[in-house]
Design a protein around this ligand. Sequence first.
Ligand code: G16
Length: 547
Amino acid sequence: NNNHNYKTVYAFAREMHPKTEKFDVQYGTAGFRAKASTLGYVMYRMGLLAVLRARYKKGCIGVMITASHNPEPDNGVKLIDPCGEMLEQSWEKWATKFANVGDDQLEEVINEIVTQLNIEMTQRVEILVGKDTRPSSPSLAKALCDGILALSGKPIDYGIVTTPQLHYFVYCRNSRHEYGLPTEEGYYRKLCNAFKKLRGQKFDVGNYSNEVFYDGANGVGAKKIKYFQECLGDSLKIGMYNDELIGTGKLNYMCGADYVKTTQSFPHGVPQEINQRCCSVDGDADRLMYYYLDEDKKCHLLDGDRIAILIAEYLKEVVESTGLEVDLGLVQTAYANGASTKYITKKLKVPVSFACTGVKYLHHQALKFEIGVYFEANGHGTVIFKKEFKEKLRSALKDSSSDEVKSAIEKLLVVIDLVNETVGDAISDMLLVETILHSKGWSVQDWEGAYTDLPNRLMKVSVKDRAKIQTTDAERRCVKPDGLQDAIDAIVDKYNAGRSFVRPSGTEDLVRVYAEASTREEADQLALEIALKVYEMAGGIGPEPTL
Ligand code: G16
């Protein structure tokens, strides 16, 4: 009989972290997200679950406390699996169940999972805990650690770190340091050494100038970039902005990658220098957005699509110089600008596949390729290199007699070191973009010149129950409510190069609308028409959407 008595778990829950909310929560695109004040018991229970997951996987697990791009009063939690990837989907239902049962049912649920999955409960497991800069994070971390301790797990507190840093630490620990050292110092060293090697001694090349403005979104990315700057020295000058004190309410406020992308405008708090290359990260530094202001003070965006293309093109070139055959592919979501998809397939001749929003879906699809580049238009993404491919590179390095080939392979191996393969990492991505622009001698305008984005517009619609909207075909078509997709098709038909889709957000309580068309006015108008249709047919609440 595997049944155990988890009385202390229940006592702790009842006394210290009782379930306070009546409404069920769901483990979504990026774990649980809600108002921080409602999350204490959810954290406690995720502490319990993390220990069970670690014992099941016989490795260490990570738990990150963050609500990323959401406003400062929100918070959230996501679990990180042993190889640094997001929690396996089949466990999301356990997470949801753990979060929603009554305090007095906790014992029972624990017994259920232990029995069903045959989890060995004696193993002493380590749970790595990280948090962003939200003022609510320390007390939520305490609740989480109470949960870990209640099942005799060992919490290892990494303090304030970026989400991708924690993913990296988890993988380093489980790979027995093969991937790197599981410390902050180890992480900075690995990335900065790779960057400096690729940069060489000449910092300004052609149209490339060695200075970038960086918007830290008043979050953890603003703190951590300082260590990079120290480590990078003169090899990259980073103008650092938006680093307000913790708790000032400025996190992601009118700044950061999500603000820049959704409003398509220049963030507050960054000097408005014409033609200066700038970038923004989001609240937990896993998304990156590039942009600049032209002479008319118009803000030009270089988003995740552009970053993906820049990286894919570069990798293709480097791989070609090694003389090896490689299967390189790119993964996008429905948000990818139509012009970018056309450029990738027609010009770059790299295959593209589509996934649902959420890096866990993109990551999964990218695993199919030897080199898989995946990016969401919102700037969330990375590159993954198959283990066998890395081995192929290493043996080709040993076997080749050509110095040219050898140095191309060596270069590619250093590029791989610069990438945080575990998950999208804004700072690692930034260093990769800077490396590529430098190697091509490109200004940000040269980069933008490859193709012209179709004008596009994002809108949000509040509805009574966003679960009423259901989609298919990588979220490009809507199957519920009945008739909505037909209505969307009829509206889209009226616009030149029109495309639009709607989907329920996985991180906020609203429906998102995307539209693109051949002119700015048309894209705006199309988005508005679709938003109004959603409001009408899917139970809109509050004021009607307006531009
Ligand atoms: C999270 C996910 C991303 C996703 C984004 C928006 O980002 O990790 O993959 O694109 O939410 O999701 P939705 O449109 O469903 O709200 P982050 O940066 O907030 O963790």
